[in-house]
Design a protein around this ligand. Structure first.
Ligand code: PMP
Length: 286
């Protein structure tokens, strides 16, 4: 089946969809995005993703081209047209096509470019990796200072994934001033004595939608949480570790820079949080 994508109001076969070479996302990475999971044909944590989209757009002074109702309708339509049972919806809004290349923003009446596409991932919530856990390596965090804006400027995270793969690991944790910021595409946590430790929200990290939901469920389950930065050394000595993201949910981390955590298998806190998160977010899916 040819994939149907959405571009500026039209649903098109992917090989007929077009975006200008002058689009600001293509020339300047001047755009923001969201990724929403689909489980059982329904959208996970959707209101959170829409709220963060608005926040990212506001930070870059890009007009939100669609109402919340329209965003939901387009998401549902693209899921239906592509027959997605389990998978992802990627959405991107860029500052649009000014018709030429210029560092200055184009006039505010330049229409933003809106693109959505789906990725089918059968059995997304039942991943083998969640049973074995992932291995991460540390890399320096050399990204810009507004990591709270979810821009399409993903070159360093992409390089980070490759640095991890080159040394036989699955992902990288980024470190700044001796403290872990986050994973290349996820938020990072450690567990010590049953307590969940994760960096607090600031411009240093992306405000994960999965992070917000997981911390809420953890609090409801009377689990102890400490929002503070932690060092790599503390992480390597932790009982367990995990990451969260919209596509990986809660994913156990079993080794950091080749040092196994605990017994080298997914820990009980990460395992329980994954179950709670998947149960609760499936119930709330729309
Ligand atoms: N941090 C970074 C750098 C990310 O790219 C992502 C996922 N896009 C996350 C954290 C996790 O955010 P979310 O739970 O909203 O997917």
């Amino acid at each position: 089946m040819t994939r149907t994508v959405y571009v500026n109001g039209d649903y098109l076969p992917e090989d007929e969809a077009k975006v200008s070479v002058f689009d600001r996302a293509f020339l300047m990475a001047d755009g923001v995005y969201e990724v929403t999971s689909v489980l059982g044909g329904r959208l996970i944590d959707f209101p959170g993703h829409l709220a963060r989209l608005q926040r990212s757009l506001d930070a870059l002074e890009i007009r939100n081209p669609l109402s919340d109702e329209d965003w939901l309708a387009v998401h549902r339509e693209i899921v239906a047209r592509n027959g997605i049972e389990d998978g992802l919806v990627y959405l991107q809004v860029s500052r649009g096509n000014p018709g030429d290349r210029d560092f200055a923003y184009p006039s505010a009446d330049t229409p933003p470019t809106v693109v959505l596409f789906t990725q089918s991932k059968p059995g997304l919530a039942d991943s083998e990796q969640a049973r074995t856990g992932i291995r991460v390596v540390s890399i320096p965090d050399i990204r810009w200072g507004r990591r709270d804006i979810k821009t399409v400027q993903l070159l360093y995270p992409s390089m980070g994934k490759m640095m991890a793969k080159k040394v036989g690991a699955d992902d990288a944790w980024m470190v700044e001033d001796g403290l872990v910021t986050e994973g290349t595409s996820n938020n990072a946590y450690i567990v010590r004595g049953g307590k969940i430790i994760t960096r607090g929200l600031s411009t240093d990290i992306l405000h994960g939608i999965t992070r917000a939901a997981v911390l809420r469920f953890a609090r409801e389950a009377q689990m102890e949480i400490e929002e503070r930065p932690f060092t790599l050394e503390e992480a390597m000595a932790a009982d367990e570790a995990f990451v969260t993201s919209a596509s990986a949910f809660v994913m156990p981390v079993v080794a950091i820079d080749g040092v196994a955590l605990g017994d080298g298998r997914p820990g009980p806190v990460a395992t329980r949080l994954r179950e709670i998160y998947l149960d609760e977010s499936r119930k709330a899916a729309i």
